[in-house]
Ligand binder design. Structure first.
Ligand code: MN
Ligand code: MN
Length: 323
């Protein structure tokens, strides 16, 4: 194939989707961070999992499934790759993957380099423990707000000798001054527990916990209104655990819980964040080995695209305001 045959194929994202290298969304691979505004980054680490591992394979499979995506969000008209420079900036390198806190330190250092270069991170885990080192990078200046979509609050404490597993990143983030708990909303919470007060940290610290039955009764528009009200006008981080989706849509994850979000509800939720000052996002817990169909990674890739769209408009708004 040459550009002479098909000049419109000069852009890799416009080429037939079965061709080329499977970077995230077929965006350019770029390791020079000075050439990037939003960096899509893999975090292939699942050393913080309490039960079923496998999300270390998430980034590669989401890259593969993300070849299905195109350039424009038909429903919102957002064309993220036209608003700013979006690239696949590779994976966070974890040199000591059998040491949990050392691994988190390496991920933190990687994201501090990304943030120091002025790049907005859109990351794909990995298990949810990686959100803590990412927040240590993106919330260096001040505690941030967070929209957290998950079947679990992930505000636990010590489990079998560690406080840094994937069920506890957000209690640590509050303790470390990275999150303002009064500006945190947790959406989609459900499932059986061993301790009725398992998420007491969320409630006692002032987070807005939206259990799934409340979500169902209120409907997605009212949930969006509440989420926006809680998050406020300051910097907002988004953390999306794929297990927030019902296992009918996303069985490929370590801790599935029935009675969850549909993929459409998740898309609408993310689109509803348009206008917030979004400074970064992650999508975690895609464990491809539990889903031979590939649907979980496909859902993850599409939700990553929705996250990219709202991150790109937020980046563009900030940029326009300063020039
Ligand atoms: Mn989680
Ligand atoms: Mn979860």
């Amino acid at each position: 194939m040459t550009d002479t045959d098909y000049p419109e194929f000069a852009n890799p994202m416009a080429r037939p989707r079965y061709t080329g290298l499977p970077t995230f969304m077929r965006a350019p691979w770029e390791e020079d961070l000075s050439q990037v505004d939003i960096g899509m980054v893999g975090v292939p680490f699942d050393g913080g999992v309490t039960n079923r591992p496998g999300s270390r394979h998430g980034p590669r499979e989401v890259r593969n499934q993300s070849s299905l995506l195109r350039m424009i969000n038909q429903l919102t008209s957002v064309a993220p790759h036209s608003l700013c420079r979006v690239a696949d900036i590779g994976d966070a390198w974890v040199p000591s993957p059998f040491e949990l806190t050392q691994s988190h330190a390496a991920i933190e250092a990687h994201f501090k380099r990304i943030v120091a270069a002025g790049v907005v991170p859109l990351s794909i885990g990995g298990d949810h423990s990686v959100s803590l080192p990412i927040l240590r990078a993106v919330a260096q200046q001040q505690p941030v707000a967070m929209v957290h979509i998950d079947a679990h609050c992930d505000t636990g404490d010590d489990y079998m000798g560690s406080k840094f597993h994937h069920g506890a990143p957000f209690s640590r983030a509050v303790e470390e001054g990275l999150l303002d708990p009064h500006k945190v909303v947790q959406i989609g919470i459900r499932g059986p527990v061993n301790d009725p007060d398992v998420w007491r940290f969320s409630h006692e610290s002032g987070m807005r916990v939206m259990y799934m039955d409340e979500f169902y009764r209120l409907g997605v528009d009212e949930v969006i209104r509440i989420a926006r009200e809680v998050a406020g006008s300051g910097p907002v981080y988004v953390s999306f655990d794929i297990d927030s989706l019902d296992p009918a849509f996303a069985p490929g994850t370590g801790t599935p819980e029935i009675g969850g979000l549909s993929t459409l509800e998740a898309q609408l939720l993310i689109r509803g964040l348009e206008g917030l000052d979004l400074i970064g996002a992650d999508l975690v817990e895609v464990a491809p080995a539990f889903d031979p169909s590939g649907n979980t990674a496909m859902a993850g890739a599409n939700l990553m695209f929705e996250l990219l769209c709202v991150l790109a408009t937020a980046w563009h708004r900030r940029h326009a305001a300063t020039t």
